[in-house]
Design a protein around this ligand. Sequence first.
Ligand SMILES: C=CC1=C(C)c2cc3[nH]c(cc4nc(cc5[nH]c(cc1n2)c(C)c5CCC(=O)O)C(CCC(=O)O)=C4C)c(C)c3C=C
Ligand SMILES: [Fe+2]
Length: 462
Amino acid sequence: MDAAVKSGLLSDVRGVAAKPRNANRRSSVFSSQKGSCVSMSFGTPHSDWRLKEMKASYIKSTVHSVGASTYAETAIGSYPHAAEEKIGVLLLNLGGPETLVDVQPFLFNLFADPDIIRLPRLFQFLQKPLAQLISVLRAPKSREGYAAIGGGSPLLRITNEQAHALKCALEAKEISANVYVAMRYWYPFTDEALQQIKRDKITRLVVLPLYPQFSISTTGSSIRVLQNAFREDAYLSRLPVSIIQSWYQRPGYIKSMVDLIKKELESFSKPEEAIIFFSAHGVPVSYVEEAGDPYKDQMEECIALIMQELKSRGAYNDHILAYQSRVGPVQWLKPYTDEVLVELGQKGVKSLVAVPVSFVSEHIETLEEIDMEYRELALESGIENWARVPALNCTSSFITDLADAVMEALPSAAAMSTASSKTEDVNQDPIDYFIKMFFGSILAFALLFLPKLTTAFKNHII
Ligand SMILES: C=CC1=C(C)c2cc3[nH]c(cc4nc(cc5[nH]c(cc1n2)c(C)c5CCC(=O)O)C(CCC(=O)O)=C4C)c(C)c3C=C
Ligand SMILES: [Fe+2]
């Protein structure tokens, strides 16, 4: 946990990116949940979730502490039960540019995150100038990708759909809850969702990251932002919260993945011959080896569970796990997806089903990188039959399982922290900010254009 939610500078980038023209559309305010859950049968919604049987043993392995206390330990009763409980579920996600104009500021927000570019303490003042530089260099390539999938990321639309489906699934289980969306790098940002949670007077909150496996760079980063916001706010610091840090081992998730894989295998004339090719988003090796990111272990365990379930349903296919989407001049988790595809083709593999496994909605890396780049590479390398398993999106068994996860997490909600410590970056003096940006940019530029770095960046970023 220490490694996962390391304390440190928060580069809060709210307000740095240009305010989008249609910002209202991007509201986190899914709480009032426009649209009703018409297709599902409900009992009378009420808040007495304690009537539900809780799978306590499961909670221990999935719900972890974020503040000083461990939620599973503090458990039920640590917060005076409100006369009328108002339950909130906060979905955490990455966010994506909605238009091509959004791409560079979105990338700036991403690279300004100290959990994405991890600089030594001494060099942290370079974070934003470096982010500015890298985002400008990366933007053309990134823009091409978003243009190829229709001019923007589908992430907010799908996340909103998942939020609505989750609210309905909870209602079907007689839990009335508001579901909110907080994006890390684009609208609606965490702050907006938290303001709405306060306005709605939520009395108990479950935080559910939409990443099955924990990584410092994804769930860890979003939780760090949450922690800082909670520390600074009297209401939020007392709100009982339960954070589900990872859920890759949940049987409902594993079964839903296997359903999709089996369905895709059936599209092959000889399903047993197809290699199941798991492609996970990579992280730099240093995250795992130096910072203790559990991402690789969790990914491997997740794949083992999926394969076990597949075997139990009669599918004995060979499988492989590789990592995609590396960025920048450092070593990332290996093997790399593109290299493995070429090797498999050379070895004579003819049928392959690609399974995106680190993310539960379609996004640029499924729609462009896998469906276009990797598919083309695979076919060029001699693979003849290619298929790709769709992302879970709103698959009903998956959403129902998320609803179960929320219910199981509810009893262990506890106040996150009462300690009041401010982050260094908030309310920064504008002159200080300008000086840091100016000299930082010069230094960042000089560093970036050292010959070795230039070559590396040419290979991987530009
Ligand atoms: C589990 C999922 C993800 C991990 C781990 C992750 C780490 C990580 N990502 C970058 C850099 C980029 N990521 C980008 C997009 C992007 N990343 C994820 C998920 C994970 N990232 C998603 C779902 C998306 C797509 C969002 C969308 O708009 O659809 C991008 C931008 C796209 C591009 O230019 O390729 C970058 C850049 C790093 C450096 C990193 C770990 C350190
Ligand atoms: Fe990423």
